[in-house]
Structure formats: structure tokens, C-alpha cells
Unconditional design. Structure first.
Length: 323
């Protein structure tokens, strides 16, 4: 496939700008986009060079991130007044080509779609404890429905024994990562002006029930680890799928982004704790012991947090090519 770049169309830039606001592992932004001439279509590709090789050797988390970018692109098409037509994995032999988005019939965006779109620039990943205000049960019900609408399952983990077991899995995985010099180096490279801003990593990684990533080596400084859930931990949830194919990863990413935008519209943000999903044995244990056979794709905490600076994004023109 030979790509040449010319001046992109306005619609393609609109889609690329929206898609680039998706979350990704440590702000790696493992995607690229291709515009078909005259805004006839928009392609989502995995940029394997930006994948976290040690953290995500199979590329599952990177594909989920691209799925989140795909949901944003779908939303952007709706704001242009068209229905999106999405074809997942359109070329089976090309694993980097994840999705094609086309334009179908004209249809004005629904109020709910406009509501989700308004949350695009507000959504950000939180790191550290949340405020004491709980996430409303009515919102959690909406988030479950949003995940289901995209073919995934969002399960809130709120019973003490389930929380204890999940916290143990996260702690075991995080301790393994902290003891691995390769993981430490990979994580350290993510901190900076083009990754995760240093000021967003200032919270001690052991300040909530679920262990966090230690971007700055703060775990050397002692802090009393919480032994039980507290309001500062927030609401713990797991996003899962019934199967575990590449297509399921893409669907999970779309479900994740729909959930995150719904939450952000209510000033509720998410913190991610996917460490046990990055170690096959722990992910398998989590699937059988906690998820009833469902495949866990994302572990997150939800809660209310003060507005923080967003992580930097590559400009649309940097991630958009043209046939």
C-alpha cells in the first residue's frame, strides 16, 4: 500500500481531530488515519511503532485504544449530519488496518450524540485519589447500558471480597512491573512533553485501593497502603467481552469511549489499572475467579476529580494521510 499526502479535506481533519482525543496506554496514541479522496471515507490504522512493546506485547491494549478513536470518529460523522457506516477489519490479511468509516444517509445528530460529543474535550485520564463525592447509581446504570450498546459488559465491583481479590491481582501485577527494569524504562520514557506530563504523575501510586503506575519512582517513599475501599478510591469497574478476538478488542474500545464520554459529561473521570491484564496468568485468573468466564479488557476506577490539564495530542495533520 502506497500512501501519498496532499491537503486533507475538512471532514477528514474533523474526524482525525476527534479520533485523536481518545485515551491510550500512557498517552502512546498508537493510531494513524487515512483519508480517501474527497472525503469519501476514513480509515483507522494501528501504528505499531507507537505500541508499548513490553507492557502490551500482543497489541490488545493498542487495538482497544484505536477502538476508542473509532468511536470518536463515528461521533464526528454524526456531527457532520451523516450516519456512519463502519467496517471492522476490512482486509483480513492486513492486521494494521482496523476499520473503515464511510458516510451513509443524511440524518441530524440526536441530542444524546451531541451530549457525548460535547464531552470529547473534557474527558481526561485521572491518576490518584478521587474526591469524596460518590458516582450516582443512575449514572452507573447508564454506563452499563452504554457498554452493552457497543457489545461489551461493564460490571461494577463493589462487594468487599471481590474488591479484595481484584486489588490483590492489581498489586501482584504492579509489583512484578516495578521489579522489571525493562518495564521501568518503558514507563519512564512515557513521561514528558509528548507523553504523560510530569505534573499529572505527582500522586503516590499506592494511595488508593488499586495500585497505580509508578511513573516517577515514588513507591520508594513509604505511604500506608489502603486495605479496604474508601470514597477516595472511587467506583471500581471492569469492562469485559464475551470473546477475545481482535474484533472484540475494537468493540471494547468503542464501548470504553462511550462509557468515558457519558461519565465525563457528568464530571466523572476514570483512572486505569490494567496491570493484571498485561500478564497472561493473572488475566486468566481474573477471568475465571472474578468475571464468570468473560474476558476482562479494562480495569478502571470512576470518580469525581478536579479539572486537570489534558495530555498532549499529536496534531491531526501528523496522524492523517491520504490516498
Amino acid at each position: 500500500m502506497s500512501l501519498t499526502y496532499e491537503s486533507p479535506g475538512r471532514a477528514a481533519l474533523h474526524l482525525a481531530r476527534a479520533a485523536s482525543l481518545a485515551p491510550s496506554p500512557h498517552n502512546s496514541q498508537p493510531w494513524s488515519f487515512v483519508e480517501e479522496g474527497h472525503d469519501h471515507g476514513f480509515e483507522v490504522h494501528l501504528d505499531d511503532a507507537r505500541r508499548m512493546i513490553l507492557t502490551d506485547p500482543g497489541g490488545r491494549e493498542a487495538v482497544i485504544a484505536c477502538g476508542a478513536a473509532l468511536f470518536n470518529a463515528r461521533l464526528a460523522v454524526r456531527l457532520l449530519g451523516f450516519r456512519p457506516v463502519v467496517d471492522l477489519l476490512p482486509e483480513p490479511g492486513n492486521t494494521a488496518y482496523l476499520a473503515h468509516v464511510g458516510y451513509a444517509s443524511y440524518a441530524q445528530a440526536e441530542p444524546d450524540e451531541a451530549l457525548l460529543a460535547r464531552a470529547l474535550p473534557r474527558r481526561h485520564t485521572h491518576r490518584g485519589p478521587f474526591g469524596p463525592v460518590p458516582v450516582p447509581d443512575t449514572l452507573l446504570d447508564q454506563l452499563r447500558d452504554d457498554a452493552q450498546a457497543e457489545g461489551a459488559v461493564l460490571r461494577v465491583v463493589d462487594e468487599p471480597e471481590g474488591l479484595r481479590r481484584l486489588a490483590h491481582l492489581v498489586r501482584t501485577a504492579e509489583d512484578a512491573h516495578r521489579a522489571d527494569s525493562g518495564h521501568i524504562a518503558e514507563l519512564t520514557r512515557c513521561v514528558g512533553p509528548h507523553g504523560v506530563p510530569r505534573e499529572l504523575c505527582r500522586h503516590h501510586p499506592d494511595g488508593t485501593l488499586l495500585a497505580g503506575r509508578d511513573y516517577l519512582g515514588l513507591s520508594w517513599y513509604y505511604v500506608r497502603r489502603p486495605r479496604r475501599w474508601s470514597p477516595r478510591t472511587g467506583t471500581v469497574a471492569v469492562l469485559s467481552s464475551r470473546y477475545d478476538s481482535r474484533q472484540d478488542w475494537l468493540r471494547s474500545g468503542q464501548a470504553l469511549q462511550r462509557v468515558l464520554l457519558r461519565a465525563a459529561g457528568r464530571d466523572v473521570m476514570a483512572a486505569f489499572h490494567t496491570q493484571p491484564l498485561e500478564l497472561p496468568a493473572l488475566r486468566a485468573k481474573m477471568r475465571t475467579d472474578l468475571m464468570g468466564g468473560l474476558f476482562p479488557q479494562v480495569v478502571l476506577r470512576l470518580g469525581c476529580a478536579a479539572r486537570m490539564a489534558s495530555t498532549p495530542r499529536r496534531a491531526p495533520i501528523e496522524v492523517l494521510d491520504r490516498w
